[in-house]
Design a protein around this ligand. Structure first.
Ligand code: AMP
Length: 467
């Protein structure tokens, strides 16, 4: 199955649509660094520009000048298992019997495999490994009369996590799956409408956030205004708690939670529940910094930048192999002797996944003279993979699946190790537990993923009456 963390941005009704989308994608760059693309509409015609790499590398002035018009959608891609390749960079622009259609998607469809089997049996040809192409085929194959009804029919068939933007005719459609796994926010900029994965992107382009697109909602934006439909069967809300813990930008509000404030509260809660005899609190930048600040506030211990982050290196997860990932940690984080030498250090990070980062940085801090290293993690032990769009490895690669707390502490060579539990997290998020998906911590999966049928291998020379 293909994993998409990804970010989407769309705007309708602004003469600078593509440029604003480009800026919006910059604000969503943390959601995907593998590729970026924009499709813009001018005089009824859709034009695209897509490329591999960062937003800054993919677009230059000439590319943006080639995307005139007052409507655009854009995407930043974080694809892992599907492999790199321009063909998987979204938005996908397709030509079909009703003209042109562009689509982009954030999330993972849990039944994309079986749907792909079914579509291929009916003759569909796939040119990409991305789930999103399944959606295109479902829309194109629908018997419904209008685009909106075709889209509704297609989206009713897919399961799992999806925030989808579609540009066709003179309409921009934004839809969010009924569980609401991934965030999607509606905003305004003057008379233009904006939709974006996170509120920070709307604010970045000097727009104002109106509200979330609700789970199961489809917003239809065109020159007549915004229309809201609830065409999908209602399901329990399952917002991804890991967006608030790690993935979203700290200046965003996701699922009604102020991300930065929640992360600070997680750190305060760690300090209260798992104090450490130490001299200095050291954040693992950038994602561990708000929780470390909270730990410092809660414990009264000073905060010190004992780990420095090189901003010229992307997130360590981008490198596909363990060998290169190990190297990536050392490239990304350097110990700061001035803060840690001769000190008892409490290191605060948002999460441990494989344990690579934590293990390396304990070693680095000791190498730089720290006398003790205490690890505090602002989330529960991650014991299960995500099937809904966060890039987590197989269960067997997750440190907390392989070891209990004591063994993890030894493996990481920390003087002490403590994690929050799910109740602490929910308290920091504002208390309403059931609205979150916490499957990676609890194993409670709201939607089971479905596999593709195994290809049946037919021996080449077996006698067959079919000839
Ligand atoms: P690991 O080294 O595998 O234990 O990864 C943990 C580190 O990666 C922590 O510092 C997290 O901030 C960060 N992290 C956690 N989840 C993810 C993810 N899905 N993608 C990229 N980085 C992550």
């Amino acid at each position: 199955m293909l994993h998409h963390e990804c970010g989407v941005f769309g705007i309708i009704g602004d003469p600078d649509a593509a440029r604003l989308t480009y800026l919006g994608l910059h604000a969503l760059q943390h959601r995907g660094q593998d590729g970026a693309g924009i499709v813009a509409r001018n005089a009824g015609v859709l034009a695209e520009h897509r490329g591999e790499g960062l937003v800054h590398d993919v677009f230059d002035d000439a590319a943006l000048r080639g995307l005139p018009g007052d409507t655009a959608i854009g995407h930043v891609r974080y694809g892992t298992l599907g492999g790199p390749g321009l063909e998987n960079v979204q938005p996908f622009l397709a030509r079909w019997r009703h003209g042109q259609l562009a689509i982009c998607h954030n999330g993972t469809l849990t039944n994309a495999g079986p749907l792909r089997d079914e579509l291929e049996e009916r003759g569909a040809i796939f040119t990409r490994t991305s789930d999103t192409e399944v959606l295109l085929h479902l829309v194109a194959g629908s018997d419904q009369k209008t685009l909106i009804n075709r889209l509704i029919e297609a989206l009713t068939r897919v399961q799992g996590a999806w925030c989808v933007l579609v540009l066709a005719g003179d309409t921009l459609v934004a839809a969010r799956d009924p569980h609401g796994f991934r965030p999607l926010v509606l905003g305004r900029r003057g008379s233009a409408w904006i939709v974006a994965s996170e509120s920070c992107a709307i604010e970045f382009v000097q727009g104002t956030v109106v509200r979330e697109i609700e789970p199961g909602e489809m917003a239809i934006l065109d020159e007549d205004g915004a229309q809201s439909l609830r065409p999908f069967p209602r399901k329990p809300k399952k917002a991804c708690v890991f967006e608030a813990i790690y993935f979203a930008r700290p200046d965003s509000t996701v699922f009604g939670t102020d991300v930065y404030a929640a992360r600070v509260r997680l750190g305060q809660s760690l300090a209260r529940r798992f104090p450490a005899r130490a001299d200095v609190v050291v954040p693992v930048p950038d994602s561990g910094t708000p929780a470390a600040l909270g730990f410092s506030q809660g414990s009264g211990l000073p905060l010190g930048m004992g780990l420095l982050r090189s901003h010229y290196i992307g997130r360590t997860f981008i490198e596909p192999t363990q060998r290169i990932r190990d190297f990536g940690v050392r490239l990304k984080l350097q110990p700061n002797r001035s803060v840690v030498a001769g000190k008892r250090v409490v290191v605060v990070d948002d999460s441990i996944v494989r344990g690579t980062t934590a293990q390396k940085l304990v070693r680095m801090l000791r190498g730089a003279g720290a006398t003790e290293v205490h690890l505090r993690i602002a989330s529960p032990p991650m014991t299960g993979p995500c099937h809904y769009g966060i890039d987590t490895p197989e269960r067997t690669d997750l440190l907390a699946h392989r070891m209990d707390l004591q063994r993890m502490r030894q493996f990481l060579d920390a003087d002490s190790l403590a994690y929050l539990d799910m109740d602490d997290v929910l308290e920091a998020m504002g208390g309403e537990g059931p609205r979150f998906c916490d499957a990676c911590f609890t194993g409670d999966y709201p939607v089971e993923p479905q596999q593709r049928r195994r290809d049946v291998q037919v021996p080449l020379f077996r006698g067959s009456s079919e000839g």
